[in-house]
Design a protein around this ligand. Structure first.
Ligand code: SF4
Length: 491
């Protein structure tokens, strides 16, 4: 075996689509190439041992914001014990600001951007010569039809136990300055019939959970409808063996034809991740995000009221020009629209994104270590940002988890942001922790807080969410949806 493709995934259930694309496009080197995935937190020396067991000549690592620190250690150790192995890097984290990164200094070659064509070409040159002269190679972007699709590389084990990532297009035409996709300037679709044939094959092999990584599923409505119809047909053919499909959408583009299709999906079959990021027009202008707020709000409301879609909507705190007050206003507005989950993100400075042009004017201070989270800005000082970070963590544990679906509205009352912030401050003061809070303890603390607020029949309220009673959780309906989403569904 000559070439090993490797990465550290955030979780075992996340199967790397990037590595599978590389393997699918290795051409004549495909038979000499293998994949070895790891999970964050694995012991460096044990990963090195596993890699050496393949006796590879080249190891290619996929480097992302969540694994760059551990991959750096892995590459450093690998270079110490086996300096003869050629190390190649690729992935978004090493595609920008390459020269200033320690991992790049340790590696032999780097492919920035798309690796489908350039990675196998470089491997061929390294193995057969002439050796590439440059260290950093800008990935060539081939016509989409020239890219071999990777879906047959998902193993039966992947299909049975892991999230299957799929994409009908790459890129995004929008330019939100905090986002790496802002550099794409456009989106490139794969041939839809070829793509759907691959989905058909995956479904026939038993795949039921499909996570689309397309940045904007609803760009081309004709294509969106075709994809939705594919899954509707699967649901109709065997309602007892349903599928679960996740798409990312822009919120202000939902024509009637799409709504009609969406409304046909039964509960537990569809999840949308919708980026609002900010409802503040000044902030939107600052970050070059074009969004019709009224349309976006109306569409989210429609989806919540007239469809069975599990709704996961994103907001970002810390954007240039966003104060705590304006963020709170947006948060309350979004909560009132009724999504199942609000993804409360804190701004991160992804390498290569244009958001840094605001650094001086808005006093943006980012953590220099991954994931480069904002620590303070002109409008939000460090201590307040820390409170927002804790709000986000507790929000996940309480509201987004689906374990407090009856408790949450009582906790939020008529001022959702302010009330949850007060709860988060109290919870932190009483636990000194944001992690490793067992569910029973969290429920007991939440009950204590509600009693302090004068809420009546707190035990009954907690019991309605399965706390303090024998059956700890509400029965989860039999759908293909992951557990958290299924809990929201059961509420
Ligand atoms: S945030 Fe979404 S819409 Fe904006 S550039 Fe990124 S992917 Fe595109």
């Amino acid at each position: 075996m000559t070439i090993l493709l490797s990465t550290l995934n955030a979780r075992y259930t996340h199967a790397s689509l990037g590595l599978r694309y590389l393997l699918a496009n290795m051409g004549e080197l495909k038979n000499e190439t293998r994949i070895q995935e790891f999970v964050i937190g694995a012991k460096t020396t044990e990963m090195v041992e596993r890699i050496l067991a393949y006796a590879p000549k080249i190891v290619g690592f996929g480097v992302y914001i969540w694994n760059v620190e551990e991959t750096t250690k892995l590459v450093a150790t690998l270079k110490r014990v086996a300096p003869h192995i050629v190390i190649m890097l690729g992935g978004p984290e090493v595609s920008h600001e390459t020269n200033e990164q320690q991992i790049v200094q340790l590696a032999d070659y780097v492919v920035t951007g798309w690796g489908d064509v350039t990675f196998p070409k470089l491997c061929g040159e390294i193995l057969r010569g002439p050796k590439p002269l440059m260290k950093i190679h800008a990935g060539v972007q081939p016509p989409m039809a020239d890219i071999a699709l990777p879906y047959s590389i998902y193993s039966d084990d992947d299909i049975a136990h892991r999230t299957l990532y799929v994409e009908a297009s790459r890129g995004c035409p929008f330019k939100c300055e905090f986002c790496l996709s802002a550099l794409d300037k456009t989106a490139w679709p794969f041939n839809i019939d070829t793509f759907l044939a691959e989905m058909e094959a995956l479904h026939a092999r038993g795949a039921r959970v499909f996570k689309f990584v397309d940045r904007t599923f609803n760009l081309n409505i004709k294509t969106s409808l075709k994809i939705m119809q594919f899954f509707l047909d699967k649901l109709a053919a065997d309602p007892e063996d349903p599928v679960y499909v996740h798409f990312e959408l822009v919120p202000d583009h939902l024509p009637d034809a799409l709504k009609e299709g969406i409304a046909k999906f039964p509960p537990g079959a569809l999840q949308f991740e919708i980026g609002i990021q900010s409802f503040n027009p000044t902030v939107q202008a600052n970050i070059s995000r074009k969004q019709d707020n009224d349309k976006a709000a109306a569409n989210i409301r429609w989806l919540c009221e007239h469809s069975h879609v599990h709704m996961h909507v994103d907001l970002i705190a810390g954007l240039p020009g966003e104060t705590v007050e304006s963020f709170a206003e947006g948060f309350d507005k979004l909560w009132a629209l009724g999504p199942h989950e609000i993804q409360f993100g804190i701004l991160k400075r992804l390498r290569g994104t244009p958001i840094i042009r605001h650094t001086e004017a808005f006093g943006l201070v980012f953590d220099p270590h991954p994931p480069y989270t904002i620590l303070a800005n002109r409008d939000i000082d460090f201590l307040t940002m820390q409170r927002l970070v804790r709000f986000a963590r507790y929000w996940d544990l309480v509201a987004n988890s689906g374990r407090f679906t009856h408790v949450t509205p009582v906790l939020l009352g008529t001022s959702p942001f302010a009330n949850f912030m007060a709860f988060a401050d109290w919870l932190y003061a009483n636990t000194d922790a944001t992690h490793r809070i067992a569910l029973d303890r969290l429920a007991a603390l939440t009950g204590k807080y509600l009693r302090l607020q004068g809420v009546e029949d707190v035990d009954g309220l907690l019991a309605s969410d399965g706390h303090g009673v024998k059956q700890k959780t509400a029965p989860v309906p039999s759908v293909a949806a992951p557990q958290r989403q299924a809990r929201h569904l059961a509420a």
